[in-house]
Write a protein that binds this ligand. Sequence first.
Ligand SMILES: N[C@@H](CCC(=O)N[C@@H](CS)C(=O)NCC(=O)O)C(=O)O
Length: 303
Amino acid sequence: MSSSTRPTGLIANSGIELLTFGTPNGHKATIILEELKESYGKTYTYQSINIMENVQKEPWFTKFSPNGRIPAVVDHDRNQFSVFEGAAILSYLVRHYDPEHKFSFEDADDLSRAEQWVAWQHGGLGPMQGQANHFFRLAKERIPYPTQRYVGESERLYGILDNQLKDRDYLVGEGRGKYSIADIANFSWVNWAYFAGINLAQFPNLNKWRLKEEPGFKESEQKLTDLANKAKEQYGYNFASALKFLKQSFYNDPIRTDFPFRIREVVEGMLRRVRQTINQILVINQAEAEAESKEGYLPTDLS
Ligand SMILES: N[C@@H](CCC(=O)N[C@@H](CS)C(=O)NCC(=O)O)C(=O)O
């Protein structure tokens, strides 16, 4: 990304300002803010904090998020009160801006259950799947022991989630459950299962789990597929040339973590991420990428 767009401080003076990036932890905050916008008209301002350019380590940012990680929110209407850590952000936003408990619960026991599943994601699923991402896909070396440990532990956790969703649509709430912050926290990670090498087909209840079945979702997905197929025909696309592109310009470049393998345009944040990624891909240094590939840096499954 060009340095002229690098954020240097807050940009809003009222409402919520979200400081985030297009990762699973980032999506948690974006999704709840999008839901509050849709339900209550609560708009928010966002800034994309490019974690590959270490914007999250700068003093102006760590003032709001001391751990130097995204996401963080700043509430300009409450004296710039700032919140870091996804779980705390979800709780803060529903406590202050979800008066009808649309994404949380009035009942103390259900509220506790929702908090338990958010905590479970925060302490288990997120960290373990994060490590699985690293060793399965991103590490410079393929090392079997940590790969099986973290992918395996993530799969165990998916099994727990799958079991909880047996006979219900959402993690918490009476009957088939009610969509809440518990689902938002966990969905954000399950949505990236493929990236950690986790095959969702093993988990039937998660496989069918959707954040929400938007009207027209399938139709719009089909439209995208049709467009892509037409484009392939038009340009004589073939799979081998795509692989070559990935090898040279993606897997061998530090920006590889941000490639949209599977674009689910659930929230605006994801759209931003896609645009950002396309910009990054355009500025790839081809020579460096080729040099790295000579050092045997490619994932073996793509060579
Ligand atoms: N427990 C935190 C984790 C936040 C986190 O790990 N953020 C990552 C992106 S997903 C980050 O900012 N990484 C950049 C870095 O570590 O410098 C949460 O759920 O919000």
